[in-house]
Design a protein around this ligand. Structure first.
Ligand SMILES: C[S@@+](CC[C@H](N)C(=O)[O-])C[C@H]1O[C@@H](n2cnc3c(N)ncnc32)[C@H](O)[C@@H]1O
Length: 235
């Protein structure tokens, strides 16, 4: 399924251009995740304690993705592979669960954590992914699209659509613009670790960007006590 890279090997890196998607990448990527990869799972698990727990949030994504045994699933910007593990439990050993991320260090934590036959971690830019068209039944991205700038988000969404089989589902879960006293307060803390790409995603609206990417039947759900939204679309 992978066109040009194998687990543990690097693909062409940031800004690479090529034949898929828009054929271009924005070249934008912030690499803090590589320095903090070993702390990521611990920090996220603890942050989620305040908003209903990480596993509940992840299980909501898996449920929305409606993954069946034997299917092929792609998790874009998979980080350390926590969501990927849950998706792989649904594909079973006859399916495939592929995670891509730019950070080799995040992927390395994932490779140590997840040792299932159906799981594969590949280093690649979400804006230009090394797979053939219509390779996957499901594509997911959690807590990742807000890390990308506007051209990056649009390229990544176009890639997600390109890789989906017709009728396949995409599920994107990400931070939501706060609209209550408590979410506004909490988001002030979250934003200490974020950049302008988050505000930019909010100003454009993820729902609208998914619609622009020709993803259909969009359904939006609020998650994590109002801090997140999960949008499901179909190709
Ligand atoms: C906040 S982490 C989320 C990780 C994981 N999806 C999760 O739910 O825990 C954001 C991840 O996006 C990755 N990332 C950001 N931009 C990317 C891009 N253009 N291509 C691939 N990965 C990217 C980072 O390396 C990082 O691992």
């Amino acid at each position: 399924m992978a066109r040009s890279s194998s687990p543990g090997k690097s693909t062409d890196m940031p800004g690479a251009t090529g034949e898929h998607g828009s054929g271009e990448t924005s070249g934008y990527y912030r690499d803090e995740f590589s320095r903090l990869a070993h702390l990521y799972d611990f920090a996220l698990r603890n942050a989620f304690r305040w908003i209903g727990g990480e596993i509940g949030f992840r299980c909501g994504i898996v449920e929305a993705a409606d993954v069946r045994p034997g299917q092929k699933v792609l998790d874009v910007a998979c980080g350390t592979g926590t969501l990927l593990t849950l998706l792989a439990a649904c594909t079973g050993p006859d399916g495939r669960a592929v995670g891509v991320d730019m950070s080799e260090q995040m992927l390395e934590v994932g490779r140590r954590k997840v040792r299932l036959k159906q799981v594969e971690f590949i280093r690649a830019n979400a804006e230009h992914l090394p797979f053939e068209d219509q390779s996957f039944d499901r594509v997911t991205a959690s807590l990742a699209i807000h890390e990308m700038n506007r051209p990056g988000r649009r390229n990544a969404l176009a890639e997600m659509r390109r890789l989906l089989k017709p009728g396949g589902l995409v599920v994107i879960a990400d931070l939501r613009r706060p609209d209550t006293f408590f979410t506004k307060l909490g988001m002030r803390v979250v934003r200490l670790a974020e950049t302008d790409t988050l505000t930019d995603m909010w100003s454009d609206g993820l729902y609208g960007e998914m619609s622009l990417a020709s993803l259909n039947d969009l359904r939006r759900q609020i998650a994590g006590r109002g801090y997140f939204e999960m949008i499901v679309g179909r190709k």
